[in-house]
Ligand binder design. Sequence first.
Ligand code: ADP
Ligand code: MG
Length: 687
Amino acid sequence: MRESRPPALGDPVTRLSGVGPRRAADLSRLGVTTVADLLTLWPRRHRDRSRITPIPQLQAGGVYNVVGTVREVRVQPHLGHDVTAHVYLRDGGGELDVLFFHARYLARSLPVGSRLWLSGRVDRRGPRLVMVHPEWEQLDESSPSRGVLPVYPLAGELSQRWLRSLMERVVPTYAPQVVDAMPAHVRQAWDLPSRAWALQHLHFPDDADDAERARTRLVLDEALVLTVGVQWLRQRAVGGATGRPLAPNGPLAQRFREGLPFALTAGQASAWAEVAADLGRSAPMARLLQGDVGVGKTILAILACLAAVDAGQQAAFMAPTELLASQHAAVLDEWLGPLGVSVGLVAGSDGSRRTTRGQLEAGHIDVAVGTQALVQEGVQFDRLALVVVDEQHRFGVRQRSELASKGTYPHLLVMTATPIPRSLALTVYGDLELSRIAGHPPGRRPVATRRVSRRERRHVYQEVLDAVRRGEQAFVVCPFVDPSESSDAKSAVQVYEGMRTLPGWRVGLLHGRLPAAAKTEVMAAFRARTLDVLVATTIVEVGVDVPNATVMVVEDADRFGLAELHQLRGRVGRGTEPGRCILVADPTGEDAEARLTALVECQDGFELAERDLAIRGPGEVLGLRQHGVAGFGLTHPTQDVHRLQEAQRMARRLLDQDPDLRRPENAALRSAVLVALGEALPSTVLH
Ligand code: ADP
Ligand code: MG
């Protein structure tokens, strides 16, 4: 008898008829294991099949939807296993040729007489019209007459048709059973549909307006839960806490500014005014400093550190990797050592780490530089009053909660080249104020960027040699240090060995595994122009400043991230001669293709970052996934900005009336928030 109980929302998908272990395995690759998961397997888009054009009305150059019957399929084999399928399609009034490439599977599964729906561009070939590799679907007798259909992400051997028919069974049955966490009074006040209606109509809308209304409701659900959660955490982290007022523009900062070989740009000065105002207060600062690569964020971070030291406190300066931390430490030491400020690197071997830790605890170090481990792995500070986080977004409310649980409420300055929209920052961080540095230091020019195929590598190196003969210098950046067996990507060692034997080159090698002294020596030689070419890994991504370097070659550029590549090209063209960046790659994936195109087309780091968000999504770019922020599946980080703002208004109104959501009508939302946070948080934060 128990077997015949209808499957419940929380049951595995295998309890649904027609879903066996193989399909369940494919579904699990899409993140679906339970019946409930199917409801939030969001369509990637919808296909509007309502407008069909009869074949006789097609014109070359137009894009159309066509429905017809297969009259004949001819298969043309190629070398290897590839085939091209030539399909002759007929509707009541005419005939259309359709070409499919890589069509082995399709050629087998398209019998004469089957009905097809096609969408694509029509071209003329001689007297006939053809559609080349259109989107297509096989229709059967029972194919719904409805116009708008969902298009789902697929995995393994799942087909669009099968998944859609599964959804047609599951969504109407189970959508009404889901808990609607949005309180009814909020729903009424904002005039929103129920969650059940929204689920049903996001999957199967009657028209575009329907789909939009459904999507709005579901995005607001995600954003509301997240916003309330982050507000609660913030309350725990800094609610009413007081930190220590620092001393911005104290004597050390003044001496530092007098020693700078340049004046702050207007953008730096106005951002610094905002930071300095915060630092002078006892309420802990929480500020996100945004500015494109090369605008000069580091100077402001140093000024902030000096505000701490001038107030007799300590600062922690954190970088995303140990390598970058050690570079920052060197830069900071160079600037601050002469002022009598002690800079300590907490990284590397256990021995030196222990010594530095000891000095930190004893209060001998003014500015500690390291990775996030600096505030996480139980490192104790004597009097920590400022945390600076460079180029990463993973330091958010959660980490602050951890610090707070140790009784520490430092000022926080997060620096990033990613233009996180304000409403997204508010949702994710809850409490960061935003400052933006506009405008670059004087004299910067765009770096001409182009991409070449690996076959053309020889010409690239000829170009490098020409530059060297003119007395300029070049970087060659490779994705790996050593050659690897698992990939044919270029390694720095390989390229270096290949170049250094050739006459006319003075070549150096720089990567993270060299001993610190060797790194410094190579860098110094390159700066002193006793080397022409520096073959390196991304170790040169930040902090390297060699004005005579004009050419940046990036080998296997498809293996780097967009932000990384933009940082890399920022290393050249910093002097009087314009810079060039050559990306060597034969990308295979769509994402890599999109990244390289973006780089060639666009010089503006903020625009690039927005494109990066669009390509990879906020989970990856902002580290939300690692950050543990779940449930951001439907919301688009930039297109949904106004919806995020709406959710913030909702949350504010709710929490004003019922700060802990203790009222019965808010109980479902309270549980949803606790579930969302539960996975993300250390147990110390939530009781
Ligand atoms: P980012 O914002 O990418 O972190 P950096 O802080 O590394 O940029 O600064 C990039 C370069 O610009 C450094 O060499 C720095 O010394 C220089 N710089 C910073 N501010 C100015 C300025 N106001 N005028 C001229 N050069 C500056
Ligand atoms: Mg920087």
